[in-house]
Write a new protein. Structure first.
Length: 150
């Protein structure tokens, strides 16, 4: 009986402590920057300490007929590989298998509008693991435990 109680308490700890940390997106890097004329910028950031899938959102924040972009490009690279890229604004995902690695967000753009300048924003966050998948995994572990007991 004591063993069942201990197992139930451990399962509750897993559900209440571990699952919430994996089920929410965590902002890893965020920046905004002006582009005037044709310019390129590199922003450094460090991947989390766990292998994750990341989502990048590349946005035109100009919001004015006086500012904007004629062209915009973003790539995420490591020291050796291109992990993902996008021409124009939008979002994409990429995977990091080496946690703690320094990555680079490389932006190249041509300002538009009346002033030939634009404001962009980059947001990089982890993609959350669905809570249902974690609960499914816990259920499988429980079934294995029940089967071993019989």
């Amino acid at each position: 009986m004591k063993l069942k109680l201990k197992l139930a308490l451990m399962l509750m700890m897993v559900v209440f402590l571990i699952i919430p940390s994996y089920s929410f997106a965590t902002l890893v890097y965020e920046t905004t920057h002006w582009v005037s004329g044709t310019e390129g910028y590199t922003h450094n950031f460090t991947a989390d300490q766990e292998p994750y899938t990341y989502q990048v959102t590349f946005a035109d924040l100009s919001e004015s007929p006086f500012f904007g972009f004629d062209f915009a490009y973003l790539s995420i690279t490591s020291a050796t590989d291109t992990l993902g890229s996008i021409s124009d604004f939008g979002s994409f995902t990429f995977d990091v298998l080496l946690p703690g690695e320094t990555l680079f967000a490389n932006v190249f753009g041509t300002g538009g509008g009346d002033f030939g300048a634009g404001l962009y924003g980059i947001e990089i966050s982890t993609v959350p693991i669905p809570t249902t998948m974690l609960l499914f995994g816990l259920g499988l572990i429980g079934l294995v435990g029940v089967r071993r007991k019989k």
